[in-house]
Design a protein around this ligand. Structure first.
Ligand SMILES: NC(=O)c1ccc[n+]([C@@H]2O[C@H](COP(=O)([O-])OP(=O)(O)OC[C@H]3O[C@@H](n4cnc5c(N)ncnc54)[C@H](O)[C@@H]3O)[C@@H](O)[C@H]2O)c1
Length: 258
């Protein structure tokens, strides 16, 4: 019996990967991981100058990336970005639906403005970026979509009522997408990170009490680094996950196991 026929199932070289929210934090890290793995990376963000820096940094190391402007809350902007990527690279094999925002405040003080802001990026954005790219993948004969959840997809986090609502929604949306897109050879999965130090979570890290509370709940003790997300991301982007869809991989140092 020869099952792998010498194939490296995790090989993603040559794939075109779109990462939204690639200007900072985890999205910037994902862009580097895929570029270092031989992909052509479309780095998209509303912060265009910053995402240009991400792409320039990748290119300066001899890898392939280009920057694209997008506001994921606007369908016109999403369509424009998708067309620009097709003009540049001709296809999109993998979507990392990563752009997200958070605003910490008590449930009883959440304003309609804040509610709309968070849901429009974290849920509406994931929904319509996924829809636009799925249409392209259908025509291509397949693709991989990785939506980004959170601990807040599973548990309530104080003063994060809107964020947790959206992240719970991302997992439900991913399941539905996986069912509808399966026949088109598009696998849709989620990655749910625990706590990683980024501009979004820096305030928690810098607050000694909050930080101690977080670290007391992580069986592996330490905060994650973006390198800890590389394995799951490469798995879900590669043919190693061809029979995996509608799933969520928790990358949380064991938090949700307890
Ligand atoms: N950092 C963590 O510990 C952690 C944990 C769980 C989940 N996440 C999720 O990971 C993702 C990235 O988080 P991060 O910590 O890197 O945050 P971050 O704030 O560092 O990065 C978010 C990026 O999204 C971009 N963005 C925001 N609104 C946008 C819009 N309308 N259009 C396009 N881009 C937009 C921002 O410009 C920024 O570059 C988010 O979905 C977040 O919820 C992060």
């Amino acid at each position: 019996m020869n099952i792998l026929n010498g194939q490296n199932l995790f090989d993603v070289a040559g794939k075109v990967v779109l990462v939204t929210g690639a200007a900072t934090g985890l999205g910037e890290g994902y862009a580097h991981i895929f570029a270092e793995s031989g992909c052509k990376v479309a780095c998209a963000d509303i912060q265009f100058e910053k995402v240009q820096e991400t792409a320039a940094d990748i290119c300066s190391q001899g890898f392939e990336a280009r920057a694209f402007r997008v506001d994921v809350t606007k369908q016109d902007s999403i369509r424009h970005m998708a067309q620009e990527i097709l003009d540049a690279y001709g296809r999109i094999d993998v979507l990392v639906n990563n752009a997200g925002v958070e605003h910490i405040e008590p449930y009883t003080e959440v304003t309609e403005e804040h509610y709309d802001f968070i849901t429009s990026v974290n849920l509406k954005g994931v929904f319509f970026v996924g829809q636009e790219i799925a249409r392209i993948m259908k025509k291509q004969g397949g693709g991989k979509i990785i939506n980004i959840g959170s601990l807040g997809s599973y548990i309530g986090l104080a003063e994060s009522s809107v964020y947790c609502s959206t992240k719970g929604g991302v997992i439900q949306l991913s399941k539905t997408m996986s069912i509808e897109l399966g026949a088109d050879n598009i696998q849709v999965n989620c990655v749910a990170p625990g706590y990683f130090i980024t501009p979004m979570t820096r305030p928690f890290y810098d607050d000694p009490d909050h930080r101690a509370w977080i670290e007391s709940r992580i069986p592996l003790h330490n905060w994650g680094t973006v390198r800890d997300l590389a394995g799951p991301m490469l798995f879900l982007a590669s043919s190693a996950s061809d029979y995996v869809t509608g799933a969520t991989i928790k990358v949380d140092g064991g938090w949700l196991a307890s």
